[in-house]
Design a protein around this ligand. Structure first.
Ligand SMILES: Cc1cc2nc3c(=O)[nH]c(=O)nc-3n(C[C@H](O)[C@H](O)[C@H](O)COP(=O)(O)OP(=O)(O)OC[C@H]3O[C@@H](n4cnc5c(N)ncnc54)[C@H](O)[C@@H]3O)c2cc1C
Length: 505
């Protein structure tokens, strides 16, 4: 929205839109530089839940910026030498801030522990020096920590305040925002001036069906995160001419989704997460066994998945039948897995500590709901889920033979995961494309400034968090997104206060 004269209902130096992970970090950072900051959050305070509070709480903690940069460069460089999903200057500033992310948290009293498991793609240069840490109390603990920081700085947070448009002056500088604010049951339109700048931290577009349909590689794509992430920031940035990037990328998963619950569920294939997190131990070996098959009842990958890239296996369209044969796919298992704890993760998503859904410990409630299909034979199970029975029987027979041999000649499944499917009932749950976090959105430069179609910074406009994330096709695995929230929030908070121009209001 371009204006010549505007009268403001409220003003601040810095207006931050979105109170998840990156937003509070940016707000605190700007306030530490002396800014008067105002945060707008569209959800009501009482029911506020974000991707951040629903997260597992782990974040990567590179031991040094040099190897973090080396790793990030390798992750984003594709094919030809000079083509990368993300420019080096952006990766360099991320690496520098990410290497001090844990110190930033601990210096403010945050409590973290070393998390089991390294980053993904360990063969890439630099990966070996990137451990992960996890927030005590997981995502909920992290959200509480950030809220404490914001309150300690006296930064006001306006809840039920949905930013709708950015306001730019005739020179194209963003000078404020328009918002719909609900107070005492009434909604009113407010114009809020931002003399230093506006920081967009309103999360991704996980619940914007049109944007997902138009940009992602396969549809549908579901989410384990908050329904509040409807791509508002993306639309606001487009209105002022922002360039977009990473729109067809995701933190790319397969997940459970059922029609009678609005969010998807993170999978816990082997049934180990409760024990692992409760004891802070390395993941215990799979003890239950499962395979993943397509709609034809055939395996198509090693079930030892790169969990944040698995989605990319799914958009393989059958141009003769005009279907996506892998959408949905099915997790096929037997009594062993059924009896090995909840099928959904109890550490993240709606079944995590936010407890938007209480998944039963023995899966009995979800059996009753029909979310988990069972049968006493593989043939009947196949009929129940509508895959060709002879194919599924052959697939299970072959898999069980590989288990006896201790070798999976088709997909090279790890020997420890070769556990036969032979104890009734046989079970199936549909697996859908999905994500805990989209990564596409307005493109940023190394200072967190959102850039225009011509590549120049849009004055007064900053972005952070998963809205226009620095990540391209691959994410570093669990922990990449929160590390980016800390890094990009701090970058935006630092940069907005270095702005030389301050708009008079
Ligand atoms: C189940 C799950 C598990 C995850 N686990 C991990 C993990 O362990 N490690 C990791 O690194 N990453 C993890 N992630 C990803 C990570 O949590 C997110 O990428 C990150 O938290 C995003 O932070 P954010 O601040 O960008 O967005 P969010 O935390 O989603 O916050 C966005 C906020 O903006 C608000 N908002 C939206 N539109 C508007 C508007 N118009 N006006 C005002 N406010 C608005 C929303 O209500 C919300 O409060 C996980 C995600 C999920 C869903």
């Amino acid at each position: 929205m371009l204006v010549r004269h505007v009268s403001w209902d409220l003003t601040a130096d810095v207006v931050v839109i979105g109170y998840g992970g990156a937003g509070p970090v940016a707000a605190v950072t700007a306030a530490e530089h002396g800014a008067e900051v105002l945060v707008l959050e569209k959800q009501p305070k009482e029911t506020h839940h974000t991707n951040t509070s629903m997260a597992g709480g782990s974040f990567i903690t590179p031991l040094d910026a040099k190897s973090a940069l080396e790793y990030a460069k390798a992750l984003y460089r594709i094919g030809a030498e000079d083509i990368s999903w993300t420019d080096d200057a952006v990766l360099r500033s991320f690496a520098e801030y990410a290497a001090t992310g844990k110190d930033w948290i601990e210096a403010r009293g945050g409590s973290v522990f070393l998390s089991p498991g390294p980053v993904d793609y360990l063969h890439l240069p630099g990966a070996a020096t990137i451990p992960r840490h996890c927030f005590k109390g997981l995502g909920v603990g992290l959200a509480r920590f950030l809220d404490d920081q914001v309150r300690a700085k006296g930064i006001p947070v306006l809840y039920e305040a949905r930013a709708t448009h950015l306001i730019a002056n005739v020179r194209g500088r963003v000078i404020g925002i328009e918002a719909r604010v609900r107070q005492d049951g009434q909604e009113q339109r407010l114009r809020i001036g931002a003399s230093r700048g506006v920081v967009l931290a309103s999360g991704g577009f996980e619940y914007d069906e049109q944007t997902k349909l138009q940009y992602l590689r396969v549809y549908p794509a579901y989410s384990t995160g908050t329904e509040a992430n409807t791509g508002d920031g993306l639309r606001m940035a487009i209105e002022v001419g922002a360039q977009l990037w990473h729109m067809n990328c995701l933190s790319a998963c397969m997940m459970f989704k059922f029609p009678d619950f609005p969010m998807a569920f993170s999978t816990d294939y082997p049934g180990r997460s409760q024990k692992r997190y409760a004891r802070g131990e390395e993941a215990i070996p799979t003890v239950s066994g499962h395979i993943i098959v397509d709609r034809d009842g055939k395996r198509f990958t090693s079930e030892n998945l790169n969990g944040r890239a698995a989605y990319y296996e799914l958009p393989c369209f059958d141009t003769h039948r005009l279907i996506y044969p892998r959408v949905p796919s099915y997790m096929i298992f037997d009594r062993r897995r059924l009896e090995n704890g909840p099928l959904a993760s109890v550490t993240a998503g709606p079944t995590g500590p936010v407890r938007l859904y209480e998944w039963s410990a023995d899966n009995s409630v979800e059996l009753e709901k029909g979310w988990i299909k069972t049968a006493n034979s593989v043939r009947d199970l196949a009929r129940g889920i509508g895959v060709p029975p002879a194919n599924l029987e052959r697939t299970v027979r072959n898999f069980n033979r590989y288990c006896l041999q201790g070798n999976d000649p088709e997909f090279g499944r790890k020997p420890a995961e070769l556990i036969p499917l032979d104890s009734r009932p046989y079970c199936a749950v549909a697996l859908w494309p999905g994500t805990p976090a989209t990564v596409g959105g307005p493109r940023r430069n190394s200072k967190g400034q959102i850039v225009s179609a011509s590549g120049h910074p849009i004055p007064g406009l900053y972005g952070c968090g998963e809205l226009g994330s620095i990540y391209g096709m691959l994410c570093p695995g669990p922990g990449g997104n929160l590390a980016q929230c800390f890094a990009s929030g701090r970058i935006a908070g630092d940069s907005v206060m270095k702005e030389r121009t301050r708009v008079r209001q």
